[in-house]
Write a protein that binds this ligand. Structure first.
Ligand code: NAD
Length: 260
């Protein structure tokens, strides 16, 4: 199972987990599309990863909530590389507030990036995958696809929603060789998580150390963060797995925070 010459679009790949998945795929010879909000950051990532090889990367400016930008980005990829084998819908943000204080516009913004983003990118890629008779779609879920935490009403709702969307795509895509799966990481130290530590300390009235030790790692088996490399390894399995035997699934990688 390898990704040599497979064309893989990864959203939110200029930073954090998406960047790590791009690095893992390129190390395996893939042709990777770094799709992110800002072209300069995406281009810098694509250049740095291409220099390492053996695969290569191009950058595409893509706000995943903007249908025309998503469609234009996917069209650019197909024009340049002729096909799409893998979509990793990874772009995401976090916003935390107690439910009664959650601004409606922030709720809509978060749901749009996670859910509209998954919908629009999948919708744009599917015709090309159906034409080829194969494809792998991977959604970046979370332990919060299975669990809930205070302050995260929008995030937990969005991440649960991705499970349903992946299951429908699995059923519709099966006849065309298209699989859909969800990765559910525990806490990974990325800019998204670094930002939450002081915010949660403020909202929960505890210290930043307590946020890390109790809220983030308190239920793990060994008080360790999941790493970007751990998540990238799971993404590689879902991307490279060749048949419908592995579809409609969600895999938790969280140091045992959530067990099912
Ligand atoms: P990050 O902030 O490091 O990276 C997110 C990337 O998404 C950034 O490059 C950002 O520019 C991009 N992005 C944001 N909005 C976008 C938009 N509208 N269109 C295109 N790109 C956009 O965060 P991360 O921790 O790497 O998170 C990546 C994914 O992993 C998210 O879906 C997140 O919910 C999920 N996740 C993260 C953790 C964690 O602990 N870090 C745990 C579970 C799941």
């Amino acid at each position: 199972m390898n990704l040599k010459d497979k064309v893989c679009i990864i959203t939110g790949a200029a930073s954090g987990i998406g960047h790590g998945i791009a690095a893992r795929f390129i190390a395996d010879g893939a042709k990777v599309v770094i799709a992110d909000l800002k072209l300069d950051a995406a281009q810098a990532t694509a250049d740095a990863l291409t220099a390492k090889g053996p695969g290569k990367a191009i950058a595409v400016e893509m706000n995943v909530t903007d249908e025309s930008q998503v469609n234009a980005g996917v069209a650019t990829v197909v024009k340049q590389w002729g096909k799409i084998d893998v979509l990793v819908s990874n772009a995401g943000i976090q916003i935390v507030h107690p439910m009664q204080d959650f601004p409606f516009n922030e709720w809509k913004k978060l749901l749009s990036i996670h859910l509209d983003g998954a919908f629009l990118t999948t919708k744009a890629c599917l015709p090309h995958m159906y034409k080829a008779g194969s494809g792998s779609i991977i959604f970046m879920g979370s332990v919060h696809s299975k669990e809930a935490s205070p302050l995260k009403s929008a995030y937990v709702t969005a991440k649960h929603g991705l499970l349903g969307l992946a299951r429908v795509i699995s059923k519709e895509g099966a006849a065309h060789g298209v699989r859909a799966n969800v990765i559910c990481p525990g806490f990974v130290k990325t800019p998204l998580v670094e930002k939450q530590i002081p915010e949660q300390a403020r909202d929960l009235g505890i210290s930043e150390k307590e946020v890390v030790d109790k809220v983030m790692l308190g239920d793990t088996v060994d008080q360790e963060f999941t790493t970007i490399e751990d998540v990238a390894e799971i993404a590689h399995v879902f991307a490279a797995f060749p048949t419908n035997a592995l579809t409609g699934q969600s895999l938790v990688v969280s140091h045992g925070w959530y067990m099912n």
